[in-house]
Design a protein around this ligand. Structure first.
Ligand code: 13P
Length: 250
């Protein structure tokens, strides 16, 4: 039985002060929800404040990115051991990082290995563009992303990861994939690819989230699909109604 996980990806929103104030607004509400794992992923500079603000609750903290090297001349980057004192999770390979900051499948693979070596749970993002979707390339493209991300991982390592299927055309657009669309790619492509490369046991254990315009109204329907194990939530995780979203997921 896979415990669903709802994670809020705040992207480049909220200062450290705003982030801590927001947590004090939502922490009791989130903490009262049972049956789902919960995480918030603030901008890096707000991570310590948020980690402090969620102390004593079931709310986990995630980073939005991380570099794979241990230390050194990598201006602007964060090493795994810089986030582990505060975080249990790290989002890797988000489509915005792939599109705007040159993230490659190869780099994502290295980051996943580094995160696991440091005891972090990677939330690995995959998903096709509108052009790829309309050209009928979703299955081959997303399957290729999954294969590249999980290359060289053991079954146990892969099972410890979370995957977020986020079709790029559904991110921030208000255009959610239908439950049938999301469920069929998550089951028929993402989980099926994990089964193909790592075996059925891992495929049944690994948690796969949907992401893209998830809100408090559509979450319950998405969660009812047997292959959808939670959500990676952008815009709707920035508002106090994130508590309702998480409650409706449970
Ligand atoms: P929205 O929920 O704002 O569409 O963002 C989804 C996302 O990219 C989460 O990582």
């Amino acid at each position: 039985m896979r415990t669903p996980i709802i994670a809020g990806n705040w992207k480049m929103n909220k200062t450290a002060v705003e982030a801590a104030a927001f947590i004090s607004q939502i922490r009791d509400g989130l903490n009262a929800v049972s049956g789902v794992d919960i995480a918030v992923c603030p901008p890096a500079i707000a991570i310590p404040a948020v980690a402090e603000a969620v102390k004593g609750t079931k709310i986990g903290v995630g980073a939005q990115n991380m570099y794979f090297e241990e230390s050194g001349a990598f201006t602007g980057e964060l090493a795994p051991n810089m986030i582990t004192p505060f975080c249990q999770y790290v989002i890797l390979g988000h489509s915005e990082r792939r599109a705007y900051f040159g993230e490659t499948d190869e780099g994502v693979n290295k980051k996943i290995k580094a995160a696991l070596a440091h005891g972090l749970t990677p939330m690995v993002c995959v998903g096709e563009s509108l052009e790829q979707n309309e050209a009928g390339e979703t299955h081959s493209f997303v399957s290729g992303q999954v294969k590249a991300a999980f290359a060289g991982l053991t079954a146990d390592q892969a099972a410890a990861c979370v995957i977020a299927y986020e079709p790029i055309w559904a991110i921030g657009t208000g255009r959610t994939a239908t439950v049938e669309q999301a469920g069929s790619i998550i089951g028929g492509t993402v989980r099926a690819t994990i089964a193909e490369i790592l075996g059925d046991d891992v495929a049944q254990q690994i948690r796969i989230q949907y992401g893209g315009s998830v809100n408090e109204k559509n979450i319950a329907e998405l969660m009812a699909h047997p292959d959808i194990d939670g959500a990676l939530v952008g815009g709707a995780s920035l508002k106090p109604t994130f508590v309702d979203l998480v409650a409706n997921a449970a």
